[in-house]
Design a protein around this ligand. Sequence first.
Ligand SMILES: [Zn+2]
Ligand SMILES: [Zn+2]
Length: 173
Amino acid sequence: MRYADYVGNMARLAVEIANGDAPGEERGEMLRRHRVAEPDAEPDAEALAALVPALRAAVEAAAQGGPLEPVNVLLERYPPVIRVDGHDGPGTAHMHFAPNGEDPVTWLGRNCAAALAHVLCGDPAVTLGRCQAVGCGRFYVDDSRNRTRRFCSNACASRTTVAAYRARRKAAG
Ligand SMILES: [Zn+2]
Ligand SMILES: [Zn+2]
């Protein structure tokens, strides 16, 4: 796995948690691959809830390019611990930001803090954004080629297009 992919995957998990989404397949897969949880085991809901506000503030800061403080708060609370691992076979060595086998919420906190620090410092591999549809405000990872994404989903994009069309018609009388 390329380093940038790992940072990207962790940024995706950070966004998922910050949005309050149900855990996607990727999260279970990441936890399993790093022996953080037994298959299908989920982080303790209460411990995860304690991570969410700090994580959400850090995701917001990373998405809008600052302030720096929320990311530093998350780093302080869940300090990354750098390890190298090649769990996918020879030649797959890559950096981890938490030891394998750690309790899931601490593992997520450390890795998300490290990933968001990369994003905030302008790592070109990952860009975060916040949906511009009225009343949405969900975060997303922008993996479009020119980093031009503005909405969290197709639903928000088309809702906005329809609203703009109606507004133009109304203005035209
Ligand atoms: Zn790994
Ligand atoms: Zn949206």
